[in-house]
Design a binder for this molecule. Sequence first.
Ligand SMILES: *Cc1c(COP(=O)(O)O)cnc(C)c1O
Length: 373
Amino acid sequence: MKPIQMVDLTTQYLRMQAEIDEAVLHVLRSGQYINGKAVDLFADSLAQYTGSPYVIPCANGTDALQIALMSLDLRPADEVIVPAFNYIAAAEAIALLGLTPVLVDVHPQTFTIDVQKIEESISSNTKAIIPVHLFGQTADMETLMRIVQKYHLTVIEDNAQSIGASYLFSDGSRKQAGTIGNIGTLSFFPTKNLGGYGDGGAMLTNNESIAKKLKKLASHGQSEKYKHEFIGCNSRLDTIQAAILQVKLSYLDEFIAARKKVADTYTNEFKWIDWLETPAIANYSTHVFHQYTIQVKDGKRDDLQQYLQSKNIPSMVYYPMPLQNQPAFRNKIRTGSALSVTEKLCRSVLSLPMHTELDDEQMTYIIDTIKQY
Ligand SMILES: *Cc1c(COP(=O)(O)O)cnc(C)c1O
């Protein structure tokens, strides 16, 4: 049996090698390493895929969040709501700009922001909210949009993990994750569902003037060459990465289907096990399974992880520490709601191997080993 990995980028690359190598060589021969043609082409393709009229590529998903926040012209003491059970990027970008992250608890089954706890977290300083579409499905955006309309908040969707997921509105219409709020952000970090072979990111918006501003901010605030309208930053998607992502975007639906197949197999086998809880799929969102994350009951999570490791099955804890406990955020955050679900999840979640290259033999081994625990 091939050794089991959390993600297997090499085997995936080998399946597309001819196309990827050709795309990279094309860039190398063109000499257009910065802002080459492939960057615009990829932005256009991504606009088509997501249904977002404007796509602004940038250097990584954290920059995308930072630039999106910069475009809002917020002032010190302004607050931005984020889920407490999350990767650090969104809260970090908020704090870096001198704003205050307001932490809100997440829903115990879907792991996304608990929309029932948003209103109690809003103060007169609250200006924006960053729902995070965690692990592959969206937050409850319809409820969230109703709340933000009432309080006039801006919505930045952190869609680093859920490109391709689609949200189902109660009127039956659908929108892709990242295209529902004012701005959506994407990461093309190699392990993401659409990953490059290096860093990359993008911002999505359906508003032309926001799009123009984001584009300027990502390019030193330039409105024309050597004329700087804003203090911006330097955040570009490499031409080589754009060329690679162009190839990989054509496989994205196939990748998502492969992940879903793994998830369905896991869930069918694990739903009978009483000491774990399989990931819930919200009725308002499709799930693209960036992670397959179980909850382990009875305080057995670390023990299970060690057992799996002894059987050469890797697993990861996303995320081990609630944001409110991070030393970097001491005196820099406000707690918007009780955060007991986040604390519990940090002790009980475990993400299992999830990628597009898991074969039947590996799946059977993982499933049998977990059943024997
Ligand atoms: C990966 C990730 C980011 C950051 O993306 P980078 O490209 O690594 O900067 C932001 N938010 C979430 C939820 C992520 O998973």
